[in-house]
Ligand binder design. Structure first.
Ligand SMILES: [Fe+2]
Length: 372
């Protein structure tokens, strides 16, 4: 009897071919070690907020690694978690450690670690609040961004801004993009500056089976080559290399990523390189089709707010998200308020080369949830 390609790839313990439903990586299960933490889910689809939990307590617990692993699995399932209580007792080293361990405890490839931003040699990068700099910490500052990306194309000032251009997942321009990102907001404006996260799982689930199937055949080029090349040339400095993985090196800033990828921890399918700031071209289709597909995915993002979690930042609150199953967008409205400075520190890990496992399922199907 003929077998499919999947059936012949691996053999079980008795030597017989495994069924085609075998996932490349078995989903990880939560052990319940952080079930004692009070929480509320931001929407039924995405996000979880811990109103009182202190990350410092997780680190101090005798089963710290187990709690961090369960936190990581929770983030992968919920897309993003918020820690609302001020985390000002958490050091930068501890923030880096948490980001590193979330990936390490959930199967991040050996030799991959924390990302270093390609433009970390740029003197316009800001120091942290204590005046020091750290290559694994990206200081997000509403004012400093304009100097760092001075060669970037700007939207016209005589037009209302289209904020859909803000949506992205971190380091999508790398051969191995980010897995976990951990952002702590140190200075917050009295209003504005919110960040939104959209569920890539839900984007997948919102499409008809036939259209999902088509998008699963596609890859997209995610290029920031011109931006980083010109910034280094104008600034007269070297690009950082390697960047959290031996595979993220030199000016290799034009990878092709799957439009739909499998999350390695949950085993669920998520729309990944279908739209967003770093997605420059859907491969192998006409330019009209490229525009049509990316417009469609962006329409799904912006017209389904039940799949979006919104964080109104408060001082020393934190968000930790997984970039394989979410896109996020900052809100550039802080110039509209007095004292609108918004400063945060972010650490981000580097995951695997994105892949689509044909045996994986959508989140709703895997959880037995209604399709709509
Ligand atoms: Fe980001």
């Amino acid at each position: 009897m003929a077998t499919t390609q999947n059936e012949t790839q691996e053999n079980g313990m008795n030597g017989n071919p495994l069924p085609a439903s075998k996932l490349q990586q078995e989903p990880l299960k939560n052990s319940g070690s952080i079930d004692h933490l009070k929480y509320v889910d931001v929407t039924p689809i995405i996000g979880r907020e811990y109103p009182t939990a202190k990350i410092k307590d997780i680190l101090a617990a005798p089963n710290s690694d187990q709690q961090l692993r369960d936190l990581a699995i929770t983030i992968c399932e919920r897309g993003v978690v918020f820690f609302r209580a001020p985390q000002d007792d958490l050091t930068v080293e501890e923030q880096k450690h948490v980001t590193y361990m979330l990936g390490k405890l959930t199967g991040r490839p050996e030799g991959h670690g924390l990302h270093v931003h390609p433009l970390d040699n740029d003197p316009n990068n800001l120091a942290m609040a204590d005046g020091t700099r750290d290559p694994n910490i990206y200081v997000i500052n509403s004012e400093a961004m304009k100097k760092l990306y001075k060669t970037a194309k700007r939207p016209p000032l005589d037009q209302p801004r289209d904020l859909s251009r803000e949506w992205h997942s971190d380091s999508c321009y790398e051969n191995c993009p980010s897995d976990f990102s951990f952002l702590r907001m140190q200075d917050t404006p009295p209003s504005g500056g919110d960040t939104l996260w959209c569920s890539g799982y839900e984007l997948y689930d919102r499409m008809s089976p036939s259209f999902r199937g088509y998008l699963e055949t596609l890859t997209a080029t995610c290029s920031q080559y011109e931006l980083y090349k010109s910034a280094c040339e104008v600034g007269g400095y070297e690009v950082i290399s390697p960047r959290g993985s031996p595979l993220n090196k030199d000016f290799e800033f034009s990878p092709s990523h799957p439009v739909v990828r499998t999350h390695p921890v949950t085993g669920w399918k998520s729309v990944f390189a279908g739209a967003g700031l770093h997605v420059t071209r859907i491969n192998g289709v006409t330019s009209y089709e490229d525009t049509m597909i990316r417009d469609y995915v962006m329409r799904l993002i912006t017209r389904n707010h039940d799949g979006v979690a919104r964080m109104h930042w408060t001082r020393q609150s934190c968000a930790i998200w997984h970039n394989a199953c979410t896109l996020h967008a900052a809100t550039p409205d802080t110039h509209l308020v007095d004292d609108g400075l918004r400063v945060g520190v972010r650490a981000t890990g580097i995951g695997e080369v994105p892949y689509l496992d044909p045996a994986s399922k959508g989140r709703r199907e895997a959880l037995g949830l209604p399709l709509y």
